[in-house]
Design a protein. Structure first.
Length: 247
């Protein structure tokens, strides 16, 4: 009883706890929705994008998780050993918009967090719900990395090949559509900066990067960014190339 009491309420899952598709670790399935007092399930008439009423509470809640922010070593400027990245999937049910439980990764600062490419097991609607995109944090205040810019929902093609796509999709390959029947573009979000000065970014598959302006309550366009690949001299992925330069 004492052990249970000390453990407290669950705040996240680690990858080893999650089921996977086809015995493939990258195809982890995250439970949903996230049971967090500050993260709502949102009912909205918006059919083409995840409502900010869900996105912003999610990004703020991610930064409050253990090791998610202010986890820099003052002497080196790099992430401490306790620094953690957390990934969530934002998804749509037949009734509302939801977010999966966070998956915790202990990573280096610019390593890309591996999101639940296998989708979500929702407690009310089961599996195979469309994923609109992924959100994660950077624990040491860095901007998005090159791998981040190309991480979007995954689906299985008719040929049985798994691939990431630019549109909201379920793992089985069903595309989510808006009120006009058009496929919905996927998005990605990043929570970074300091707890007392957070920075929230959003980007599209085309590399258009926006930053949330808290005073104006809008996403403001910042730059168009393209990922850069690694080289023999620099095995880690180079930072994205942005025009104009991203602040």
């Amino acid at each position: 009883m004492l052990a249970v009491a000390c453990a407290g309420p669950r705040r996240y899952y680690v990858r080893a706890e999650l089921p996977v598709l086809e015995d493939t670790p990258d195809l982890a399935i995250s439970p949903g929705p996230w049971k967090h007092e500050d993260v709502p399930v949102v009912i909205s008439d918006t059919a083409s994008s995840v409502p900010d009423d869900l996105v912003l509470p999610v990004l703020k809640a991610l930064m409050a998780l253990p090791g998610a922010a202010d986890a820099c070593d003052a002497s080196t400027g790099r992430a401490r050993p306790d620094a953690s990245e957390y990934c969530v999937a934002l998804y749509r049910t037949p009734q509302d918009w939801r977010v999966s439980w966070p998956i915790r990764n202990l990573t280096k600062e610019r390593d890309s967090c591996t999101p639940p490419f296998g989708g979500v097991e929702d407690e009310d609607f089961g599996r195979d719900l469309p994923i609109l995109g992924f959100a994660h944090n950077h624990p040491c205040g860095a901007r998005m990395s090159s791998p981040d810019l190309v991480t979007f929902p995954a689906m299985k093609t008719r040929e049985g090949i798994w691939t990431m796509v630019s549109y909201a999709a379920s793992p089985s390959g069903k595309l989510a559509r808006d009120a006009r029947g058009q496929p919905i573009l996927a998005s990605a979000w990043l929570a970074t900066g300091r707890l007392d000065a957070p920075r929230f970014y959003k980007w599209s598959p085309a590399g258009e990067v926006f930053r949330w302006n808290e005073d104006k309550q809008v996403w403001e366009f910042q730059a168009t960014c393209q990922p850069q690949s690694s080289s023999r001299l620099s095995p880690r992925a180079a930072p994205p190339q942005c025009l104009p330069e991203l602040e």
